[in-house]
Design a protein around this ligand. Structure first.
Ligand code: ADP
Ligand code: ZN
Ligand code: ZN
Length: 697
């Protein structure tokens, strides 16, 4: 019979990005005439659309949706992208882990991290692309450019790394926490480590927080490894560039991949080393969709593929620091700057010492203006920064020091401008802003914090003739404007650079001898429990901008204007003592039951009315309470998100906490599938989402 001539149909499980409302969360079954290996890329029909899918390895436990259908009833795969080698089993495991951990479907995650243009790729185009790929330098380790003699600390770090590299593939090496002050030569360690891995014929993945803020790192890799194929992967690429670079990594043609958080999912068949630079940086956490932490996934990936991973920072995240303390990570310290450059002397300027005029303060103290004037006279540059962005405003009375503390929590209530309320983001306690300070009756209570623009104006007034440039998210909206502004600073066309925390990252300004934090106190009293950690990192990083030049180091200073000079954070800063700061923070976290001593997830709900969102979260909490029989997980009351309304949508969130990561994961896995059905019962609800290991609560 003719049917015998047809190849037998195969059943394939395919990870495909089915919409959330479809309720299809696992891979789907399709029929194929061709036997396709797991990891193969395919195009499949879903509803009336055609989507990119990945043939998924056999399930560990759950059957794919469609498994109950007989083979001949399954829809066929439209096309196989069989000119591409399949994604590796490791890659599939990484995506599967991330999907499980961050509570998304594998299909959604796979679709989010693969270049979208893969879908449109026809075999013919692919041949063309591959030809272009061949033009990338041949994978021959080139003679590295001239490189400096290693310092003893660097040599020690590399010796340890080589030990781990030698274990190659036999066991998962311990992650390395490379803890070294700015200028201690961490980048040089990355370069050498990469060199060793490349020489062994392996690929190297280097993750950076934000690519346009770290052009120097990219330049140093490019310079050192001239002749080695290096590509970048980040969201600033055009779709065509992203596809090309992704393919280069996937075919093993690109030996070095430098990228932002998305690049942690790069397909690299010969991966031998992962570097995570500035591992503490919050931009490693994806803030929508699948809210993964690329830093944490890098560690997982290294474990999975049994490779070394280097986490580098001058101010490691408290999570990583804690793991090093526990001995789970191997810590390598590089406490000295190369070439003896000293860190600038830190001066805490006590704002309480200024005369007060009716509660109105100037952002700039006279002594700071004087310090700026000295720099002007010597032809040196100054850097002043504010970190107004990203911190919730707390109300503050300048007369008596009152702050908008919550009576029920050890936290400050946040000023919500729209309805003029003070809200606690932990327990939900809300009050209207009092007409005057509850402490002393002063009517001038104001949010802590001031804008960069205002500062720019005040500088122009106080120091006429000074060339002031402002760098912040507003002044750099236009493409290329950041580079142009930075160029002007490097060229010496700017005397005083004013900016937000953007200016403190990565730039090596040689002529800066004064760095000033104008009013960083807001972070001390933020409702965000990570705010002090970030402030410390920011101040240390800012301090690192000064004194790079050994000759100028002697007269380099960092000024901090503060109302709280005795605060433990600032006291640790005066001696550049991260370890002391980390100790005090970890003690606080331990007593408050916060990460790394507790594990958190946030369930968020969005609705037309706050009532609808709240009702959903409360119903969800009731479901969770039933599932969590052992009571290992704590559910808090729903509260409005910091930005409670966006585009007329009310947003609420509920904190879920457990001492046990496993217990939290177990609850989420059982709980979230039930929420789909619950959503249908709550008509006013628009959407819900979960954020596992949220950065802020
Ligand atoms: P980090 O990444 O810790 O800030 P870098 O690796 O950028 O430090 O090193 C700081 C400076 O010292 C750079 O200009 C770098 O070229 C230089 N440098 C690094 N290692 C050495 C070394 N072993 N000998 C001489 N100069 C070095
Ligand atoms: Zn007061
Ligand atoms: Zn409270």
């Amino acid at each position: 019979a003719p049917s015998q001539l047809l190849p037998p149909l195969q059943r394939l499980r395919v990870a495909v990005d089915a919409p959330q409302h479809s309720g299809l969360t696992g891979p789907l079954d399709y029929a194929s005439e061709q036997a396709l290996a797991p990891g193969s890329l395919v195009r499949v029909p879903l509803g009336r659309r055609e989507l990119l899918g990945v043939v998924w390895p056999a399930a560990r436990e759950d059957a794919a949706t469609g498994a109950e259908f007989p083979l001949q009833d399954l829809r066929p795969v439209t096309a196989a992208l069989d000119a591409l080698p399949p994604l590796s089993a490791h890659w599939c495991s990484l995506v599967e882990f991330a999907a499980l951990y961050y509570q998304r479907s594998v299909g959604e995650l796979a679709a989010a991290v693969l270049p979208p243009q893969l879908r449109e790729l026809e075999p013919k185009q692919l041949q063309l692309r591959l030809k272009k790929l061949d033009k990338l330098a041949l994978p021959v380790p080139a003679e590295p450019a001239a490189r400096p003699e290693l310092s003893p600390a660097q040599a020690e770090a590399l010796a340890q790394l080589d030990e781990l590299l030698a274990q190659n593939g036999t066991q998962s090496p311990q992650p390395l926490l490379l803890y070294g002050v700015t200028g201690s030569g961490k980048t040089e360690v990355y370069l050498r480590a990469a060199e060793h891995a490349l020489a062994a014929g392996r690929q190297v993945l280097v993750l950076v927080p934000e690519i346009n803020l770290t052009p120097q790192l990219e330049a140093r890799f490019a310079e050192r490894f001239a002749g080695t194929a290096m590509v970048s992967l980040h969201s600033g690429l055009t779709p065509a560039q992203r596809l090309r670079n992704w393919l280069a990594a996937h075919f093993g043609r690109a030996q070095l991949v430098l990228g932002t958080r998305l690049a942690v999912f790069a397909s690299m068949p010969k991966l031998g080393l992962i570097v995570v630079d500035e591992e503490h940086d919050p931009s490693y956490k994806q803030q929508d969709g699948a809210r993964y932490s690329a830093r944490d996934l890098a560690v997982y990936r290294a474990h999975l593929e049994k490779l070394p991973v280097i986490l580098g920072s001058a101010t490691p995240s408290l999570e990583s620091w804690h793991r090093a303390e526990e001995g789970r990570y191997r810590r390598l310290s590089m406490p000295q700057r190369i070439g003896g450059g000293a860190l600038p002397k830190v001066r805490l300027f006590d704002m309480n010492s200024l005369p007060r005029n009716k509660g109105v303060t100037t952002a700039l103290s006279k002594p700071l203006i004087e310090a700026l004037r000295q720099r002007l006279e010597r032809g040196e540059q100054s850097l002043m920064f504010l970190n107004r962005r990203g911190y919730a405003p707390v109300l503050h009375c300048l007369e008596c020091g009152w702050k908008s503390e919550c009576p029920h929590c050890s936290a400050f209530r946040v000023f919500h401008k729209l309805d003029r309320t003070l809200r606690c983001h932990h327990c939900g306690f809300t009050e209207r802003v009092p007409p005057a300070c509850p402490g002393c009756g002063n009517p001038d209570i104001a949010p802590l914090g001031r804008g960069t623009e205002k500062l720019e104006e005040q500088l122009a007034e106080a120091l006429p003739g000074a060339r002031v440039a402002r760098i912040d998210a507003d002044s750099t909206k236009l493409k290329g404007s950041l580079e142009a502004q930075l160029g002007a600073v490097h060229a010496g066309e700017v005397d005083i650079l004013v900016g937000t925390q953007m200016v403190t990252k990565g730039h090596d300004f040689r002529r800066i001898t004064l760095v000033a934090a104008v009013n960083p106190d807001g972070a001390l009293f933020s409702s965000d429990f990570r705010a002090p950690e970030r402030l410390f990192a920011l101040l240390m990083q800012a301090a690192g901008r000064a004194g790079r030049d050994a000759e100028a180091a002697a007269r380099s200073e960092m000024w901090v204007q503060t109302w709280h000079p005795q605060h433990a954070l600032y006291q640790a800063l005066t001696t550049h003592d991260f370890e002391r700061f980390a100790r005090s923070q970890l003690e606080e976290r331990l007593s408050a039951g916060l990460p790394p001593f507790a594990h958190l997830a946030l369930l968020r709900a969005e609705a037309r009315t706050a009532e609808a969102a709240k009702a959903f979260l409360q119903a969800a909490a009731a479901v969770a309470a039933e599932l969590d029989g052992a009571g290992q997980v704590l559910l808090y009351a729903p509260v409005p998100m910091q930005v409670a309304r966006v585009a007329n949508i009310e947003r609420l969130q509920m904190l879920v906490e457990s001492e046990s990561r496993v217990a939290l994961q177990r609850l989420l896995a059982a709980w979230l599938p039930a929420l789909g059905a619950l959503k249908r019962e709550h008509k006013g609800l628009i959407r819900w989402a979960v954020d596992v290991d949220p950065l802020a609560i």
